[in-house]
Design a protein around this ligand. Structure first.
Ligand SMILES: Nc1ncnc2c1ncn2[C@@H]1O[C@H](COP(=O)(O)OP(=O)(O)OP(=O)(O)O)[C@@H](O)[C@H]1O
Ligand SMILES: [Mg+2]
Length: 325
């Protein structure tokens, strides 16, 4: 039996979130926040953490700096049950990245120093380690600047070894959505974009048309619809799932938590409807605490929440096989 259920290659950094800031951020003034949270950030790390919290065996490779931010990130991931033995710590001019989120009354400002995230390269990866799993996942496709030219090769190699593959691109900061992405998509078994990303990648304004286009290339497509829930498509099967009614306090990491819930069920052999329902539940659960991992760090809270909501959450899924052409 392989050592891990899932291996992940990705970026690893913290999120520093400031709450209760004034609407107008006037220059040169001392502006007061009424809350702060330093929490595990980065899509890949949130995904890995929450997947391990749900009970899957997860191995994670990244590159961090030899600095306190990198150390705290590692500790958070380890505490969540993720194996970080192959994370590469590099001393040098570039330090571990950091995202500062300014939670404003009507929107967020998200400021990211990418740091080592942009420098992780193919040589940082232990391919035997990555292959010692049933499944491989990559998040934040467009943030892996140094690794990007090698991603097709990496996906092909792991597929040839017998792993199944999943991808969540997240946003493209350059808004180009091109290059090698289509080549990678042809190798992927499960694709997990949000609605905006699905439309951008397919270059179509209509979501149904975009899902149809993606489904021609990838066997399983699950699309996140934020506070409107999610949908999933596999061949002629198509399911939709309305959102769970929760008191959402923070959407950060909901998409990564959805991915974790969906894949956790998939790796246990669950059918598409169950994977979708559990992804939808995990995404909603994530929003009930600030940051992307805080809800999942509290094991008792997670157990109670999932236990309380699961039967009803699984019944939310509806089959709607006749996707519009
Ligand atoms: N307010 C909400 N109430 C209930 N469920 C929610 C809410 N917001 C998100 N979700 C659930 O979480 C899932 C993922 O959220 P979202 O669509 O924001 O992903 P995303 O855009 O990929 O987010 P990110 O990449 O920032 O983590 C949704 O598909 C839905 O199932
Ligand atoms: Mg996302």
């Amino acid at each position: 039996m392989p050592e891990f259920d899932v291996t992940v290659v990705g970026e690893l950094n913290l999120d520093l979130i400031l709450y209760g800031l004034p609407a107008d951020l006037a220059p040169e003034r001392e502006l007061l926040a009424d809350g702060v949270s330093l929490t595990l950030g980065s899509s890949s790390a949130i995904f890995a953490h929450n997947l391990a919290a749900l009970g899957s065996r997860v191995g994670f490779i990244s590159r961090i700096g030899d600095d306190p931010l990198g150390q705290i990130s590692l500790e958070r991931l380890t505490a969540g049950g993720v194996d970080v033995s192959r994370v590469r710590k590099v001393s040098g001019r570039t330090s571990t990245g950091l995202t500062v989120i300014l939670q404003r009354p009507a929107f967020r400002n998200i400021l990211t120093y990418p740091g080592t995230m942009f420098e992780m390269c193919f040589e940082d990866l232990d391919l035997n380690y990555l292959a010692s799993a049933r499944h491989f996942h990559l998040s934040s496709f467009f943030l892996h600047r140094a690794l990007r030219p090698h991603l097709v090769q990496l996906f092909r190699r792991l597929k040839d070894t017998g792993l199944t593959l999943s991808l969540d691109t997240n946003d493209d900061p350059e808004d180009r959505w091109d290059g090698d992405l289509r080549e990678v998509l042809r190798l992927v078994d499960i694709f997990l974009p949000n609605a905006r990303e699905a439309k951008k990648i397919a270059r179509l304004d209509d979501l149904e048309a975009a899902v149809e286009w993606l489904a021609q290339m990838v066997p399983v497509v699950a699309v996140k619809l934020g506070p409107e829930g999610a949908l999933a498509r596999c061949g002629r099967e198509r399911f939709t799932c309305p959102p769970l009614s929760v008191e959402a306090v923070d959407p950060v990491g909901a998409g990564d938590s959805f991915d974790a819930g969906f894949l956790h069920q998939h790796l246990q052999g669950a059918d598409l409807a169950t994977c979708l329902a559990f992804g939808n539940l995990a995404g909603a659960f994530s929003t009930t605490r600030p940051g992307g991992t805080e809800a999942f760090r509290d094991h008792q809270y997670m157990k109670d929440f999932l236990g309380r909501h699961w039967p009803a959450a699984s019944a939310l899924v509806q089959s709607s096989p006749k996707a519009k052409s």
